[in-house]
Design a protein around this ligand. Structure first.
Ligand SMILES: [Zn+2]
Length: 333
C-alpha cells in the first residue's frame, strides 16, 4: 500500500540565535484538525551513515560517535528506544529515499546551523517512517575523547539531532547572553534539546539532562515508567481565556529538578509528564526573551502578553498517576 508521506525539515542546533528560560516540547503533525505526536512505531530504528570522511572526522569515527549518541537515548531506563546501525551508504542525508541516513553535508549558506533533522512521516498516523540528519561540514568537527578547541563535538550535536529524530522539539531550559546582532552565547543549559549549542570544544552535551529524559520517556514510556512517574495537567488562562504558547515550569524543591513544557491548545491546556513523585511548584510565564521560531513552527498564535504567575498551591504528583488538573490564572501585562 502506498503511504501518504509528509516531509518535514527542522533546522536545529543553531548557533547563538535564540534565548530561553526553561523545557521539553514534542514534535507533532496535524491530522484531521488535531495534532498527533511524531514517534517511531517500528523499532529498532535502522539508520545508515554516509560513507564520506571530512576534515578531522572519518566516516567510521562519525558512525562510532553516532552509535554512542543513540546508546545514550536507548540507555534511558524509563523509555523504550532502540536503534541499529544498518551499514554505510553512498547516499547523502536529506535525499528522499525512505531510508534514515546520517552524514555530513557542506552548507556554508546555513551559517548558524550546525545540524538539521528531516522526516518522512505517515501523514495519517504521524508515524515516523524515516529520518535523516546532517551535520554541517562547513564547520570544523572533532570526535576527540575530551573535545578539541575550535571544533564542534560530533557526539554532542548528534545527541541533540537524534533527540529530534526521536520526536522531540526544543526545550527552553537554558540561559544565554547577547554578544551582538544574531549572536548569543550559552551561559548555562539544563537540556541537550536547548536550541543553542555550547561553544566549539565543549562536550557537556554528550550527557542527557533530566528534561531530555522526561521528554523521551513521555513519548516512549516503558511499563516501569508508567508505574513510577506521574504527571500534572492543567490550563493557563488570562481573563478566563486560554493562553497558547505559555511556558510552564515545574520545580521540585525536594530534588531540585526542573521540568517544563508549553500550553499547546487554544484552551491553554498543558500536560507535564515524566515527573518523579513529589510536590511541585508550578509557574506559567511568557516566552518573551526568546526567538519564538526556535520553538514553534507557527508563532502567530503564541501569546506573550501576560505576566508570570504561580499555581495557587503545590501540585502533588503520585507514582503512576496524575497530580490532578490545575488552572494557572495569569495577569495581563
Ligand atoms: Zn534542534
Amino acid at each position: 500500500m502506498r503511504r501518504s508521506l509528509l516531509a518535514l525539515t527542522l533546522c536545529s542546533a543553531c548557533l547563538g540565535l535564540t534565548a530561553g528560560t526553561e523545557a521539553y516540547l514534542k514534535l507533532g503533525t496535524e491530522v484531521g484538525g488535531r495534532i498527533v505526536p511524531l514517534r517511531w512505531i517500528q523499532q529498532p530504528i535502522r539508520y545508515f551513515v554516509t560513507n564520506r570522511d571530512v576534515s578531522g572526522v572519518t566516516a567510521i569515527e562519525l558512525q562510532t560517535a553516532v552509535a554512542r549518541a543513540f546508546a545514550s537515548w536507548s540507555g534511558v531506563s524509563t523509555a523504550v528506544v532502540s536503534a541499529q546501525f544498518a551499514g554505510f551508504t553512498g547516499s547523502d542525508p536529506f535525499v528522499e529515499d525512505a531510508a534514515s541516513v546520517i552524514g555530513f553535508r557542506s552548507r556554508p549558506d546555513l551559517e548558524h546551523v550546525l545540524g538539521s533533522t528531516r522526516f518522512e512521516l505517515d501523514a495519517v498516523t504521524g508515524e515516523i517512517l524515516a529520518s535523516d540528519i546532517f551535520l554541517n561540514a562547513a564547520f570544523q568537527w572533532s570526535v576527540a575523547a575530551g573535545g578539541q578547541a575550535s571544533r564542534y563535538d560530533v557526539e554532542s550535536i548528534a545527541l541533540h539531532e537524534i533527540g529530534h529524530l526521536l520526536g522531540l522539539s526544543h526545550s527552553a531550559l537554558g540561559e544565554t547572553e547577547v554578544l551582538g546582532p544574531e549572536s548569543r552565547r550559552v551561559i548555562a543549559k539544563r537540556a541537550v534539546m536547548f536550541p543553542i549549542a555550547y561553544p566549539a570544544g565543549n562536550i557537556d552535551d554528550r550527557t542527557l539532562e533530566a528534561d531530555d529524559v522526561a521528554g523521551v520517556s513521555d513519548i516512549y514510556s516503558s511499563a516501569a515508567f508508567n508505574r513510577s512517574f506521574g504527571s500534572i495537567s492543567g490550563r493557563v488562562t488570562l481573563n478566563g481565556v486560554g493562553v497558547f504558547g505559555a511556558h510552564i515550569v515545574a520545580f521540585n524543591p525536594g530534588t531540585g529538578v526542573t521540568t517544563g513544557t508549553f500550553s499547546l491548545t487554544s484552551r491553554g491546556d498543558f500536560v507535564l509528564a515524566g515527573l518523579s513523585p513529589g510536590a511541585y511548584v508550578v509557574r506559567a510565564e511568557p516566552l518573551d526573551d526568546a526567538d519564538l521560531d526556535g520553538f514553534f513552527d507557527s508563532t502567530a498564535g503564541v501569546n506573550i502578553n501576560f505576566r508570570p504567575a504561580y499555581a495557587s498551591k503545590l501540585a502533588v504528583v503520585p507514582a503512576g498517576g496524575s497530580g490532578g488538573t490545575i488552572e494557572i490564572r495569569v495577569p495581563s501585562k
